[in-house]
Design a binder for this molecule. Structure first.
Ligand SMILES: Nc1ncnc2c1ncn2[C@@H]1O[C@H](COP(=O)(O)OP(=O)(O)OP(=O)(O)O)[C@@H](O)[C@H]1O
Ligand SMILES: [Mg+2]
Length: 335
């Protein structure tokens, strides 16, 4: 595996009018070639700041951002220009040139790179074909839907033949159906062109649908990073739990009642293990919250259960779930 990005202890402090704000705190992570890497977090967490350090639209205050082993901070202006050619970006607001046709928009990076007219048009048409918009080549952006505009932006991004595509909330302005179509297109491009894609989003569903890895950014810090399946099936940090299993307003029905969280993976989710518990042990639990989701076609989930009051019964229930291969942890009610 080749590392495309290596971030080591990246921090970013904004300074305005004598005020300081630490937007990124000591972030270290790697992105491998060919991955779809998600960066997720609440609004203001620092996601856009982080993605802007990846093409040096933003200089880091400390730490290093390496792109293929090259420290971006150490590049000469000429080298930086070259590197930026291999890093394309798409945005929530599409950023198309409204006075130009679709084709001319897609030709833009080729024009900048000095590609001659005929070759430029050929390549641009090829890119429009990839995104399924070749028949709109002569239309102006104002006549396109949001989803179509983002397809044009993707075609333009691809025309530069980049090594990596950065997407900052690229689907946030689109409805769920169109979002799904754009994500499918990105996945197709990732597979067919082996293009590394970094996706910034505040939506879990986006990460679930297409990302291989995910980094959770919380308040400028890296709360968790790993495979999507690992992180989403068994979130460890408080920030990850909050994202994966949002607001569980549960409380035990009796004072001092004991709650457990059971986390199960795809192979287990289809088993009726609560029914099995009752059948095999005769003990009952109270389901306070249940949350399952599908990641890459495999179900994951968790349940918050209230245990029986008797301590021996509690042990029997926990033993049963553990023997079934489920991960069981006690829930702190104030969590
Ligand atoms: N140029 C700037 N000067 C000062 N503070 C900034 C600047 N840009 C961003 N910030 C602050 O840094 C923090 C992180 O901003 P950033 O745009 O990276 O968040 P985000 O995770 O992308 O949020 P959103 O989901 O709303 O896009 C915010 O508190 C923001 O106010
Ligand atoms: Mg942002």
């Amino acid at each position: 595996m080749t590392k495309i990005y290596e971030l080591k202890n990246v921090s970013k402090t904004y300074r305005n009018d004598g005020k300081e704000f630490e937007a990124l705190k000591n972030i270290s992570l790697d992105v491998e070639e060919g991955e779809i890497f998600g960066i997720i977090g609440m609004s203001g967490a620092g996601k856009s700041t982080l993605v802007r350090t990846l093409n040096r639209l933003e200089d880091v205050t400390s730490g290093t951002v390496k792109f293929y082993d090259k420290d971006l901070a150490e590049l000469s202006p000429g080298e930086l220009r070259l590197v930026r050619h291999s890093i394309s970006m798409i945005f929530q607001s599409f950023n198309l040139l409204n006075q130009r046709t679709v084709l001319s928009n897609v030709e833009q990076p080729l024009r900048i790179a000095g590609v001659p007219g005929r070759k430029r048009r050929e390549t641009a048409m090829e890119m429009l074909k990839i995104v399924g918009l070749e028949e709109k080549w002569n239309v102006f952006p104002a006549r396109l839907s949001g989803g179509q505009k983002q397809r044009v932006a993707i075609a333009r991004a691809l025309a530069a033949n980049p090594n990596v595509l950065l997407c900052d909330e690229a689907t946030s302005a689109l409805d769920p159906k169109i979002t799904g179509e754009i994500l499918e297109l990105l996945k197709k491009i990732n597979v067919e062109r082996n293009l590394t894609i970094i996706i910034i989003t505040h939506e879990m569903s986006v990460v679930e649908k297409i990302c291989d890895k995910v980094a959770i950014i919380d308040n400028g810090e890296l709360a968790e990073v790993g495979g999507v399946k690992e992180v989403f099936s068994n979130p460890k940090s408080a920030a990850a739990k909050k994202l994966v299993f949002p607001s569980n307003p549960f409380a035990p029905s009796s004072e001092g009642g004991k709650l457990i969280r059971i986390v199960f993976d795809g192979t287990k989710s289809s088993e009726p293990f609560i029914a099995n518990l009752v059948e095999k042990t005769g003990k009952k639990v109270n389901i306070l919250s249940a949350n399952t989701r599908s990641v890459g076609g495999i179900g994951y989930g968790q349940m918050i259960l209230e245990l029986p009051n008797d301590i021996r019964d509690q042990e029997i229930v926990i033993d049963f779930f553990e023997a079934s291969g489920l991960s069981v942890s006690e829930v702190d009610i104030n969590e």
